[in-house]
Design a protein around this ligand. Structure first.
Ligand code: WQD
Length: 338
């Protein structure tokens, strides 16, 4: 199938593009490069050996999006385009609601106009808020979001559910990502946060690489085995493969289905620091600091539904995540922008 990746030049999207080609599909990328660069698309082409149609557009721009659909006629869409910085969303809520929801509404309208009836949405475990029970299943209560970014993901899920309920031909899969980390083994594509990283693994990489002095461990008084926050880290390549599996599911189903994409194992901040040091033989200096506002004690998935219905399960382990993250850091720290 020909799959449109909105936000396809980004961290997750670039890895999905690679896995789509590996599975015999083709990709078209629409991206406005607000959080990515055209260099990433060149790297995807280098890995896949294929030329990838690239459209530098804002998905909110219906005219530009319609021109893309007129020319490319995609069979399916993976919708990743959206602003995703939790802290920024608290400071600029209207920007997040306008951008993330408008882009989705434009996409759904253009998909309907062109009869494109398979949609995979990049959602997030953040829609669960602070989970009442662990591990988290797809039946767990969602909507306890703690920031506007999370609310946009939750609202977009509801919008897509409504669109699929009104159009019996539309097949939608909502993928709730846990914590994506790592990079393609080539070291050619990976996470490139703007400025100082908010997320743990990119921050660890920059400390190990000497770009930042030390990691601040945000609190060691959580209700976890060592007091530091526990999360379900999943290798971005496993996450990307989950999208290929979801594409197959879309072909055999209509309506909306929700899946958690996680490993089912939670690791603490200090677990991650030690695993990174062990996997790469490099020290990671850290200090314990107060909690980051809005953080929760622990969050990890019950991935059974995806295994049962998608035939997908995460296969890469913590060493793979740490080693591939470090490889990307070393390959990208010498100014190569991707
Ligand atoms: C992980 C753990 C921190 C940085 C966020 C978004 C979520 C998703 C993934 C988009 C926590 C601790 C972190 C640091 C630290 N993004 N930490 N020092 O907050 O679980 O999830 O990213 O979908 O929506 O909310 O990820 O990597 O920021 O934090 O101690 O410098 O590492 O307290 O326990 P988080 P994270």
């Amino acid at each position: 199938m020909k799959v449109l990746l909105t936000g396809g030049a980004g961290y997750i999207g670039s890895h999905i593009a690679v896995e789509l080609y590996s599975a015999g599909h083709t990709a078209v990328i629409a991206d406005n490069f607000v959080n990515s660069s055209p260099e990433a698309v060149a790297r995807i082409e280098q890995i896949t050996g294929r030329r990838i149609p690239l459209y530098e557009i804002d998905v909110c721009d219906k005219t530009a999006l319609s021109e893309l659909f007129e020319k490319e006629r995609p069979d399916a869409v993976v919708h990743l385009a959206g602003l995703k910085a939790v802290g920024e969303s608290v400071a600029k809520p209207l920007l997040y609601y306008r951008n993330n929801i408008d882009s989705t509404l434009s996409l759904l309208e253009v998909m309907a106009e062109y009869g494109c009836e398979k949609l995979i949405f990049s959602s997030s475990a953040t829609v669960y808020g602070a989970p009442k029970t662990l591990p988290i299943t797809e039946e767990a209560e969602a909507g306890g979001c703690t920031n506007p970014y999370g609310w946009t993901k939750y609202m977009i899920e509801r919008i897509i559910e409504g669109a699929a309920a009104a159009n019996p031909k539309l097949s939608a899969v909502l993928l709730r990502y846990f914590n994506p980390v790592g990079a393609h083994s080539s070291g050619l594509i990976g996470e490139r946060p703007n400025g100082i990283p908010n997320n743990l693994m990119p921050y660890i990489c920059k400390v190990a690489g000497g770009e930042l002095a030390q990691l601040s461990v945000f609190g060691n008084d959580y209700n976890t085995h060592d007091g530091t926050g526990v999360r379900d880290y999943i290798h971005v390549v496993d996450l990307a493969k989950g999208h290929v599996a979801a594409l197959g599911y879309c072909s055999d189903h209509t309506g909306t289905e929700i899946f958690n994409l996680g490993t089912g194992t939670g690791y603490s901040v200090l677990d991650m620091v030690k695993a990174f040091e062990r996997a790469n033989g490099v020290p990671v200096a850290y200090r314990i600091t107060p909690r980051r506002p809005g953080d929760i004690d622990a969050c990890y998935a019950d991935p059974a539904k995806a295994e049962k219905l998608l035939g997908w399960k995460a296969e890469l382990n913590l060493d793979d995540m740490c080693r591939d993250s470090w490889n990307w850091q070393k390959n990208s720290s010498d100014g190569k922008k991707a």
